[in-house]
Design a protein around this ligand. Structure first.
Ligand code: PGA
Length: 255
């Protein structure tokens, strides 16, 4: 059987202006041979305004483009929102949902996130669904119940869809995002093992991939990639520097 590719998702957030995002996409495009694309699937997620332009830049490479945001609504009177259909027409194959920054700053609820995911699936976009607990929940041993709550309405939506789109879950402990702190390997092992079993049990006939996100860098790649059930990374800060991102991908495949 053909080995499934690992996923390396670059989340550029709102860190780059339109021109800077284009420049960085061009760097990725020019050096894409260094990204092990025979084994690694690379997905760049620029901000909404740069999606079309970046999609054109990487068009003839193995690099894919993902949106950071898709509306929970279909086309209609929703000022300022981004329709999944348009995102698909632009050429995006993936989209993020439920990132903690959107949960926090835009007050997105689990139900809203589930409806965004429904729009993605409807339009043939692979959702990359972010889940994760706060530091408080981590300290009080509530990581798993938090993930359980975040996942509950998603399973309903995913299982009720006729389309068999692959689903990606990115486990991102909120206290690890942008902080330089990563959880102990033992903790990650427990979380990924639980997550894999839980997802498998709740969507038994769907294909899925589990990622880790939160302060991934060249120095922690080696220990992180040894965690069972984890098949790639969602990378924020380090993806803004092609050399660092390239190093992370290379290190994944280095013994
Ligand atoms: P970070 O961001 O790699 O900068 O911690 C990850 C994310 O927010 O997806």
């Amino acid at each position: 059987m053909k080995q499934k590719k690992n996923l390396f998702v670059a989340n550029w957030k709102m860190q780059l202006s339109f021109n800077k995002a284009r420049e960085l996409a061009q760097v990725y495009r020019d050096q894409h041979e260094k990204l092990h694309t025979d084994r690694a699937h690379i997905i760049l997620c620029p901000a909404s305004e740069a999606l079309a332009s970046c999609a054109q830049i990487v068009e003839d490479s193995d690099i894919s483009i993902g949106a950071q945001l898709v509306s929970e609504h279909p086309l209609g009177a929703y000022t300022g929102q981004v329709a999944a259909q348009s995102v698909a027409e632009i050429g995006c194959s993936h989209a993020l949902a439920g990132h903690s920054e959107r949960r926090q700053h835009n007050h997105e609820s689990n139900d809203q996130i589930a409806r965004q995911v429904a729009q993605m699936i409807q339009n043939g976009i692979v959702p990359i669904i972010c889940i994760g607990e706060t530091h408080e929940d981590y300290k009080s041993g509530n990581g798993i119940p938090v993930l359980e709550r975040q996942l509950a309405s998603l399973f309903e939506i995913i299982n009720s869809s006729q389309k068999r789109t692959e689903i990606v879950f990115a486990y991102e402990p909120i206290w690890s995002i942008g902080t330089g702190i990563i959880p102990e390997s033992e903790y990650l092992r427990t979380m990924f093992s639980w997550l894999d079993g839980h997802v498998q049990a709740h969507m038994p006939d769907r294909e899925y991939t589990l990622l880790y996100g939160g302060s991934v860098n060249e120095n922690n790649t080696h220990s992180l990639r040894r965690i069972d059930h984890m098949h790639g990374f969602l990378i924020g800060g380090a993806s803004l520097d092609f050399q660092k991102f390239q190093k992370i991908v290379s290190l994944w495949y280095t013994e």
